[in-house]
Design a protein around this ligand. Sequence first.
Ligand code: ADP
Length: 296
Amino acid sequence: DLLVVGSANADLVIHVDRRPDAGETVLGSDLATHPGGKGANQAVAAARLGARTALLARVGDDAHGRLLTGSLTSAGVDTTRVLSGDTPTGVALITVDPSGDNSIVVSPGANARLTPADVAGARELLAAARVVSLQLEIPLESVAAAVAAATEAGTRIVLNPSPPAALPREVLAGCDPIVVNEHEARVLLGPEAGDTPEAWAAGLLALGPRSVVVTLGAAGALAATADGTVRIPSPRVAAVDTTGAGDSFTGALAWRLGAGDDLVTAVRFAVRVGAAAVKKPGAQESFPTLEEVGQL
Ligand code: ADP
């Protein structure tokens, strides 16, 4: 079973001809409101594939919170640990211009209130899970608390350090694997990162995790351990919208690792899930069922 600990956001999207400058007002399309946030996305991705999945997260007692809970529930995610309080649900205000470039303002809202005490409250779930999957859209101290509790319980830890931030050594050492895209790899490694995925994987392994996965968009992914590095190509698909591709990849990977797959086998599956997700618009709406992955 999989426990995801992380964020839940409402993504508020408006298409504009041109993004506004300071002091300027522009008119845009009708507002579209989508369930998002990396934690909720990963949980929905795994549950839609058939994984028994629970999410530990915080939302507000508001319409956005209900939107998220509804999306999670209809995907089959256990939401008994989706906690609700006075702080509004996190939102991302997204404007998209005709070239597809976007500007995003995030209000973490309730996500910033997911505390180490909330993690302690889910200790039994953490101990019972085979894998806990984490990202960095909640307070770092709560991520660290989850890593500590999972390590003590022998629960495997998957971490996508997004948005990328410096991580304590104990957190890095607990990851098996740490999952990064190119941007996250470069931020974590700094100017000495090097220019190949193999170099990033080697640099990240030196920071202490047991394993590293680097996602490479249409090129697939790379899996690295002390034993070696393997490149896994992605199926070729007509990409429509890559939003949430990394989240579906990581949710799928975490599930398969918990089900007993070795790292390379799990990455082979996850690249198919990511490829299926980019064939449809949206994030959670685009995540495939097991049958759709099989049809690729
Ligand atoms: P992120 O969304 O975090 O930037 P990536 O863009 O690396 O992550 O995508 C994650 C995974 O989704 C990739 O490893 C790949 O399997 C799949 N994917 C993403 N973009 C494409 C694409 N254009 N064609 C096929 N697969 C893709």
